[in-house]
Design a binder for this molecule. Structure first.
Ligand code: 48H
Length: 260
């Protein structure tokens, strides 16, 4: 076989093996932002089979761009242990005790590497376009290539079966929207629907992101900005402790469901 053929064969075979091995998951995570990457690492470390499906070519969500493309972000004391678990460096802010800065590129790459090293697999350039919803239960995800979605090509999707689904899609809460609009699920919120994000209030938004990280329907969880949006929390700008702690909480709640 020529080297050209060997390379192509190896890639097609290895990717197929990886996808086949992840068509049946314990936890299917939608979106590869910071909260989801922390959840994925913790869940994989707990021994669960975890796949992340990320629409973009590069996972990391809103981490890369820091604040207004200045590639630094802020975290508070409470989240430092999570950064330390990933080996991501941080520096105390001398004029603001309790707050720290870190390089957003190191954060994004460190979170991705940490989640993968723990055993979670990331399927990038894959968009989740629907849920598998059988007998009143969320059973998994309906996936397609992002270019297919973007070009509006009429191509039928494939499915991934999962015990639990985690919506880590950020501000739009895409999976919870699908749940309410297509599956007609009533979420565990005051209205049964999505309340919608409020404007900026850092302290409140950081606290509510973690508080609102939970199961919204049997087998359907939300973390990060998605959890904040569904319960009508305030946004917080480029401070990321709440996202990291939300991921850790989501993983704990999901792991408990599996008796881990
Ligand atoms: C596949 C999808 C789909 C889909 C979306 O927004 P994220 O970075 O996620 P979080 O919630 O962990 O972090 C939020 C943070 O980045 C942020 O925006 C903050 C702190 N904002 C504060 C403020 O005031 O603005 O990442 C979500 C990821 C993205 O990479 C999307 O591409 C992906 O989810 N995604 N992937 N299928 N249907 N929908």
């Amino acid at each position: 076989m020529s080297i050209e053929n060997t390379i192509s064969t190896a890639i097609v075979r290895k990717f197929s093996e990886k996808l086949l091995d992840h068509l049946n998951l314990d936890v299917a995570i939608v979106g590869g932002g910071p909260s989801a990457l922390v959840a994925a690492r913790d869940l994989a470390k707990a021994g669960l089979k975890v796949g992340i499906f990320e629409r973009k070519l590069a996972p990391g969500g809103g981490t890369w761009g820091g604040g207004m493309l200045f590639n630094e972000v802020v975290v508070q004391d409470d989240a430092l242990n999570i950064l330390d678990d990933f080996g991501i460096t941080h520096k105390a802010l001398e004029d603001a005790p309790g707050y720290h800065t870190l390089d957003s590129v190191e954060m994004a790459s460190g979170l991705i590497f940490g989640a993968m090293r723990a055993g979670a697999k990331i399927f990038n350039s894959v968009s989740v376009e629907d849920l598998v919803f059988k007998d009143g239960k969320v059973n998994g995800l309906v996936i397609n290539w992002t270019p297919v979605e973007r070009l509006g090509m009429h191509v039928d999707p494939l499915t991934v079966i999962a015990e639990c689904v985690l919506d880590g899609t950020g501000h739009p809460s895409e999976i919870l929207h699908l749940a309410t609009e297509k599956a007609k699920i009533k979420l565990d919120t005051p209205t049964g629907g999505i309340i919608g994000e409020k404007p900026m209030w850092v302290e409140s938004g950081e606290a509510s992101t973690v508080e609102n990280t939970r199961e919204y329907y049997p087998g359907l969880f939300a973390c990060g900005m998605s959890a904040n949006n569904v319960m009508g929390g305030y946004r917080m700008g480029p401070i990321f402790g709440g996202m990291l702690m939300s991921g850790r909480k989501a993983a704990r709640l999901i792991a408990e469901k599996f008796g881990k």
